[in-house]
Design a binder for this molecule. Structure first.
Ligand code: AMP
Length: 282
């Protein structure tokens, strides 16, 4: 099992010793309940850094809904067992009061890329993400950090904050890992009943169909409306957003005129699922 570190002081000591040996330090920030998507980031980190830290911290600051925080899956023992064969050097799993001690008063707000999409539906979410990621970068002093494209908007927020705050970390995005039926792996999938789980891949299918239509020249409003109807017809209660955004700067797009991302959030059985795919004009 990888050693579990709970205190920032112990983490710093460990990292200082690694850096003295000339090792590059990589970090994979997670909220635990690990799955193959997380493990793909850990494997990439293993290739790209001599020492790898996985952080496991369910960050209360990024949950706008207390119920969602309460029901978020947690399984540290299971996570450690999954990480054991991967050669992780340390797991940093701090208690909440280590990250947010009494008197904590600072928040990092990344304007622009955090607006709309998940930022609209989850007020304060990206401030919570940006704050904790900035703290994790400082705590770990990582040279490189791996994030999943599954959370595309989050990846843009993290890139922006590292650049804007002059944090000397290279942020690396990795492709979304999917189940055989296309459903993006997510810790939240385990909250779905078997019946809902069977319906869930409709979200990815709708994105793929809309992307094909857009790439074939169909107008964006028609393609998006068709996808929205397909998601609802599959049994999702609500489509929170379904949008075409420019890959370069996340600006909203009326038509597929440059490389883009099609992004969606939809609710199934009270569980919020998100996904996105890349598309480009032919
Ligand atoms: P989370 O534990 O959900 O906060 O995710 C931790 C990291 O794993 C983030 O960088 C996510 O984007 C990434 N991640 C989550 N699901 C996947 C997936 N299916 N494929 C690739 N990366 C993922």
């Amino acid at each position: 099992m990888p050693p579990v570190i709970e205190r920032i002081s112990a983490l710093r000591q460990t990292v200082t010793a690694w850096k003295k040996e000339g090792a590059r330090v990589g970090v994979v920030p997670t909220m635990g309940a690990l799955h193959e998507g997380h493990l793909s980031l850990v494997r990439a980190a293993r290739e790209g850094a001599e020492r790898v830290i996985v952080t496991i911290f369910v960050n209360p600051a990024q949950f706008n809904d207390p119920e969602d925080l309460k029901k978020y899956p947690r399984d540290l023992a299971g996570d450690l067992a999954l990480l054991a064969p991967l050669g992780v050097d340390a797991v940093f799993a701090p208690p909440v009061e280590e990250v947010y001690p009494p008197g904590f008063a600072t928040s990092v707000h990344v304007a622009g890329v955090s607006e709309g999409l998940c930022g609209a539906g989850r007020p304060g979410h990206f401030d919570g993400v940006a704050t904790v990621v900035a703290k994790l970068f400082n705590m770990t002093a990582a040279d490189r950090a791996w994030f999943g494209e599954k959370d595309w908007q989050q990846l843009q927020v993290v890139r922006r904050l590292a650049r804007d705050l002059d944090i000397p970390v290279e942020v690396i995005g990795c492709p979304t890992v999917r189940e055989a039926d296309g459903l993006a792996l997510s810790s939240r999938n385990r909250l779905l009943s078997a019946e809902a789980r069977a319906r869930a891949p409709a979200l990815y299918r709708a994105l793929c169909d809309a992307a094909a239509a857009l790439e074939a020249g169909e107008a964006a409003p028609d393609a998006l409306e068709c996808a929205r109807r397909a998601i609802l017809a599959a049994g999702f209660e609500r489509v929170e957003y379904l949008e075409l955004r420019a890959e370069a700067d996340m600006a909203p797009m009326e038509a597929l005129s440059a490389p883009a991302r099609l992004l969606a959030a939809a609710w199934l059985e009270g569980v919020r699922l998100i996904d996105n795919i890349a598309l480009a004009p032919r």
